[in-house]
Structures are given as structure tokens and as C-alpha cells.
Design a protein around this ligand. Structure first.
Ligand code: FES
Length: 74
């Protein structure tokens, strides 16, 4: 399938995180942020999910993908 020139695959985007849950949802209170800039994972491969641990760089190198974190500024 193609949309906007991108190949859309039908396999699961989440390879291993909390697969026992019907839907992975996280809530963060802005007041709980301890750092001025907190990175949240969007590649579903972080060992510290929902926080980014930099694993996206390995994923991007192996697959040619271009995913990166969501940065929340305090
Ligand atoms: Fe997933 Fe960084 S580890 S976005």
C-alpha cells in the first residue's frame, strides 16, 4: 500500500512492549517532568518505554527508517 509516496506495512508496529495489554496508553502529568527536556519514544523499541533511550538510532540504521522521539519541554 502507498500513501504520499510512503510504503505502509500491515505488520505490528509494536514488537515487544507490554503486549499483554489491549492498548498501550501512558499518562504523564506535566508537573512530574523532572528535566527541562524529556524525550518520549515513538519507535516502540525503547528499553525504557515510554521514555526514549536512543534505540531509535539503531532501528533507523538497520531499516532506513527515520523515527525519533517526541520532546516535551517543561
Ligand atoms: Fe524510540 Fe528513541 S528509542 S524514539
Amino acid at each position: 500500500k502507498q500513501r504520499s509516496g510512503a510504503v505502509i506495512r500491515s505488520e505490528s508496529i509494536n514488537p515487544a512492549i507490554r503486549k499483554e495489554e489491549a492498548k498501550v496508553v501512558d499518562t504523564v502529568q506535566i508537573a512530574e517532568l523532572s528535566k527541562p527536556l524529556t524525550p518520549y519514544c515513538r519507535c516502540w523499541r525503547s528499553g525504557t518505554f515510554p521514555l526514549c533511550d536512543g534505540t531509535h538510532a539503531k532501528h533507523n540504521k538497520e531499516t532506513g527508517d527515520n523515527v525519533g522521539p517526541l520532546l516535551i519541554k517543561k
